[in-house]
Design a protein around this ligand. Structure first.
Ligand code: PHE
Length: 343
C-alpha cells in the first residue's frame, strides 16, 4: 500500500509538470493516464491486492488522483483550443477561398421563375395542384366530356389502380380546382409539370412544363387578355417584339385564339426558324366558356374571364435558340452549365 501511495505521488508530480506543446499532446496525455489501458485504470486494478482494512482509504486516494488527472486533461485541451484560436487569427482572410462545386438552376426553372414574376407584377397569384388528376378536373369539367374528339390531342397515361385517375395533360385542372373553391375574383397562374402520350422527338416529349393563367371577375374582356399577354411578351422577349392572334378552338374557351410573336431570329422577313412566315406560335388562349363557370358553380351571367396556357420548354427554346427539347431532360452538364448566369 505504501508503495502504491508513493507511486501515485510520483505520477502527480509528473502530471503537474506536463505541458502542452502541440495539438496532439492532450490526446497523448489522455491515452497515458485516462485511457482504457491507462495508469489510472492500472492503479485501480491494484485494489484487489490492498488489505481489506486499507481498501477504503486507498479508494479515496485513487478517486482524488483520477479527478486530478481529469482536471489536467481538461486544462490541456483548453490550452490547445486557445492555441488553435491564435492560429485562426493569423489566417489571411483576403486570400480567395477554395472553389465550391456549386450547381445552377435548370433553364426550365429559370424561365418559369421569370414568367411567374412577370405575372405576379400584374397581380396574379400562383396556384398549384396534383399531377395525378381525376377525369373530372382534367377533362370533363373543362367542357371535354368522355368521347369528345378534342381529347385525342391530349392522350395521356392512366393509373391502372383506378380508371378515373390519370397524369394531368395541362394545368387547367388547377384552374378548375380554384374555380370550385368559389372565391371571386380569381387571378391566378398555374405553373407545373404535365404529361402527354406522345412519341419523343426534338419537338415533343411525354412530359413538359406549363404556365397557365386564369382571370375571372365582372366585366373581364378580350381586350384585357390581349393587354396582359402583350405585357408578358414585352417583358419576356423585349419591347420590339410584336404579337398577333389567330382564331382557334379549345373546348374550354369561346372565342379561342392562338397567339404568335414576331420571329426573334429574323424579326419579320422570314427564316427557317419561323418557317418563312415571320411568326412563331407561343400559346393558346380565349374567353372562359360559360359552361365551365356553370360546372364550377360560378354565375356565368355575372362573371366573365380569360384563360391562357403556354409551354415553358417552348418559351425557353425560343429565348435561347435551343433546337431540341430532349436536351432539357438528358442531364448533360455541358448543356446545363451554359445557363449559370442566364435570365
Ligand atoms: N390547356 C391548353 C393546352 O394545354 C392551353 C390553353 C389554356 C388554351 C387556356 C386556352 C386557354 O393545350
Amino acid at each position: 500500500m505504501d508503495n502504491l501511495l508513493l507511486k501515485i505521488d510520483q505520477y502527480k508530480t509528473e502530471i503537474s509538470n506536463f505541458t502542452a506543446s502541440d495539438g496532439e499532446t492532450a490526446e497523448a496525455f489522455r491515452i497515458k493516464y485516462l485511457g482504457t489501458k491507462g495508469l489510472v485504470k492500472e492503479l485501480m486494478g491494484e485494489m484487489r491486492n490492498v488489505a481489506p482494512e486499507n481498501k477504503k482509504s486507498f479508494g479515496q486516494v485513487m478517486n482524488e488522483f483520477k479527478v486530478f488527472a481529469e482536471a489536467k486533461y481538461e486544462a490541456l485541451k483548453g490550452a490547445e483550443n486557445s492555441n488553435g484560436k491564435a492560429a485562426a487569427d493569423e489566417l489571411d482572410l483576403s486570400l480567395p477561398a477554395d472553389p465550391l462545386p456549386l450547381g445552377s438552376r435548370h433553364p426550365i426553372s429559370l424561365v418559369r421563375n421569370r414568367m411567374v414574376s412577370i405575372f405576379q407584377r400584374l397581380g396574379f397569384a400562383v396556384a398549384e395542384g396534383p399531377e395525378i388528376e381525376d377525369d373530372w378536373h382534367n377533362f370533363t369539367a373543362l367542357n371535354l366530356p368522355e368521347n369528345h374528339p378534342a381529347r385525342d390531342m391530349q392522350d395521356t397515361f392512366y393509373i391502372s389502380q383506378n380508371p378515373d385517375w390519370l397524369l394531368r395533360t395541362h394545368t387547367s385542372s388547377v384552374q378548375v380546382r380554384e374555380m370550385e373553391k368559389g372565391k371571386l375574383p380569381i387571378r391566378i397562374i398555374c405553373p407545373g409539370r404535365v404529361y402527354r402520350n406522345e412519341t419523343i422527338s426534338a419537338r415533343a416529349h411525354c412530359f413538359f412544363h406549363q404556365v397557365e393563367g386564369l382571370y375571372i371577375a365582372e366585366n373581364v374582356s378580350f381586350a384585357d387578355l390581349k393587354q396582359t399577354l402583350y405585357f408578358f411578351v414585352q417583358e419576356m422577349f423585349g419591347k420590339e417584339v410584336k404579337i398577333r392572334f389567330r382564331p382557334s378552338y379549345f373546348p374550354f374557351t369561346e372565342p379561342s385564339a392562338e397567339m404568335d410573336i414576331s420571329c426573334l431570329i429574323c424579326g419579320g422577313p422570314g427564316c427557317s426558324v419561323c418557317k418563312h412566315t415571320g411568326w412563331v406560335e407561343i400559346l393558346g388562349c380565349g374567353m372562359v366558356h360559360p359552361n365551365l363557370l356553370d360546372n364550377c358553380g360560378i354565375d356565368s351571367n355575372k362573371y366573365t374571364g380569360f384563360a391562357f396556357g403556354m409551354g415553358v420548354e417552348r418559351i425557353t427554346m425560343l429565348k435561347y435558340q435551343i433546337k431540341d427539347l430532349r436536351l432539357f431532360s438528358e442531364n448533360d452538364v455541358r448543356f446545363l452549365k451554359q445557363f449559370t448566369s442566364a435570365v
